[in-house]
Design a protein around this ligand. Structure first.
Ligand SMILES: NC(=O)c1ccc[n+]([C@@H]2O[C@H](COP(=O)([O-])OP(=O)(O)OC[C@H]3O[C@@H](n4cnc5c(N)ncnc54)[C@H](OP(=O)(O)O)[C@@H]3O)[C@@H](O)[C@H]2O)c1
Length: 206
């Protein structure tokens, strides 16, 4: 009887470890070719000029596949406020674009989108990442941005993959893609895709 219990506990522990091993923490974002997420006014007009990105040939298959594997996501307060502003979400909360729980990092009290599963947090990202992994239940964790927040996860060795949708534009200044020095060991390029004559999608293993 006791032996049976030990076997069950062992199997559950193994299953949990397998889940943790196969899930990834991913930074998936669009960027200018010179490494900006947004311009100096936090505008994404340079990206929106290409229309509904999810409609571009190729992307309409890949984004649903990506998001289907995401179980939790995180973003900084500037990104959160931009998402709210873009769709006027405080008046139209049903347009909140995510179905999985979202962790929003801020030292401030931010407006809440009614009905959305949003967890406001601050400080050390490591224990928060553990909560996200648990909530994701074996699926991936998506770091939406900005760059320094993703850098904080990388500082703790918690970033596994970077997927960049590179738009054919340059910006003179703005919100940096990833303000960290990662040189040795370098990132490993694991996939390259082209969408129309617009986007290059580069996937790197950290
Ligand atoms: N191109 C794309 O696909 C894409 C993707 C993502 C984002 N963006 C854009 O890129 C820009 C990113 O803005 P950003 O660089 O300012 O980054 P951000 O990460 O969105 O916001 C930075 C803010 O997050 C909060 N924060 C970060 N780490 C924290 C921590 N450990 N504890 C508590 N609070 C923390 C702080 O907010 P408080 O000041 O409130 O404390 C900080 O000022 C935005 O304009 C966004 O819309 C574009």
């Amino acid at each position: 009887m006791r032996g049976g219990l030990v076997v069950v506990i062992f199997m559950l522990a193994e299953r949990f470890l397998n889940l943790v091993e196969t899930m990834k923490t991913q930074y998936y974002t669009a960027t200018s070719i010179n490494g900006y997420l947004a311009d100096e006014n936090h505008s994404l007009d340079w990206l929106f000029q290409f229309g509904d990105i999810e409609e571009i040939e190729g992307v309409q298959d890949d984004y649903p596949q990506f998001i289907d594997q995401v179980g939790a996501l995180a973003m900084g307060s500037t990104t959160y406020e931009s998402v709210i502003e873009q769709e006027n979400l405080l008046d139209n909360p049903e347009k909140w674009p995510y179905e999985v729980p979202a962790w929003v990092f801020s030292s401030r009290e931010l407006p809440v989108v009614d009905g959305a599963d949003i967890r406001f947090v601050r400080g050390d990202v490591a224990p928060i990442h553990a909560d996200m992994v648990e909530a994701a239940g074996g699926k991936n964790v998506w770091l939406v941005g900005g760059g320094d927040l993703v850098g904080q996860f990388h500082d703790h060795g918690l970033l596994d993959e970077i997927i960049l949708t590179v738009a054919p534009v340059t910006l003179a200044s703005g919100a940096p893609l990833l303000p960290r020095t990662i040189t040795t060991p370098p990132l490993k390029l694991v996939n390259v895709q082209q969408y129309s004559d617009v986007f290059a999608v580069l996937t790197y293993e950290v």
